[in-house]
Design a protein. Structure first.
Length: 248
């Protein structure tokens, strides 16, 4: 594949906006932050929620997955590109919030995982004003999900959060972000769609050692801890032929 030397950085049609750092923009508009991995890239053609979020011009996207990072380094060899994953960024946002007197809400994961993550971040940054909320899970598009969104919005406003890390799973995070971004303008700086970052911050799920991460085996490490994720890992393998052919 011939390297590209000009134009915006994209992967499978998704623009990469955060290539080196992930600072919250100083605007009154609430943003949605996405960390792009192979699973999300493969879902793009079929995910109406992700497509709507990207069309809204409110999405800021960084690279999470090692495979995606390798592919973009090959496609844009002259570009500056860091791997900025949700499991790292949740700690950066916590540190930023503690320094600037801002409030951080963890929204999602199980009640136990959420509580442990809040406790861990507070232990690491004693000055951090952090709270958690674990909303009930419902079928996509159901009345229950609509009510859960309304309950989440009330929790965000009651805490007066500046930053909200979402740990609901990608599709549910995208739907929630679409439902409330405009309503949170002037109140919340960013909604961070970070998938399993709350679980990792809780300590209930261990992150892969750095060597596994560098080899692109972080997904396999998660499967060893959570065998139920095997089907998801096998689905992601569909991306490998596209990467080998340069079709991204």
């Amino acid at each position: 594949m011939r390297p590209r030397t000009a134009g915006p950085m994209t992967f499978c049609g998704i623009p990469i906006t955060e290539t080196h750092s992930f600072p919250p923009p100083a605007t009154a508009q609430c943003w949605a932050y996405l960390t792009l991995n192979a699973e999300i890239a493969l879902s793009h053609p079929y995910s109406e929620a992700l497509q709507a979020l990207l069309r809204s011009q409110r999405a800021r996207v960084s690279v999470d997955g090692q495979w995606v990072w390798w592919a973009l380094r090959r496609k844009y060899p002259e570009g500056l590109l860091r791997k900025l994953s949700g499991s790292d960024l949740i700690h950066q946002i916590a540190a930023h919030s503690a320094r600037h007197g801002q409030r951080l809400l963890l929204l999602g994961a199980s009640a136990r995982s959420n509580l442990l993550a809040v406790h861990g971040l507070r232990q690491r940054w004693p000055m951090l004003d952090v709270a958690g909320f674990s909303p009930p899970q419902h079928a996509p598009g159901s009345e229950g999900e609509r009510l859960a969104h309304a309950e989440s919005l009330r929790a965000i406003r009651a805490f007066r959060a500046d930053h909200v890390v979402l740990g609901l799973g990608a599709e549910k995070e995208f739907r929630l972000a679409n439902a409330m971004l405009v309503e949170l303008d002037g109140q919340v700086i960013g909604l961070y769609c970070f998938g399993g970052a709350i679980d990792l911050a809780s300590g209930l799920v261990r992150r892969a050692p750095p060597a596994w991460q560098r080899l692109g085996l972080e997904g396999l490490y998660r499967v060893l801890q959570q065998p139920s994720r095997l089907r998801r890992l096998l689905g992601v393998m569909r991306l490998l032929p596209l990467l080998m052919k340069g079709h991204y």
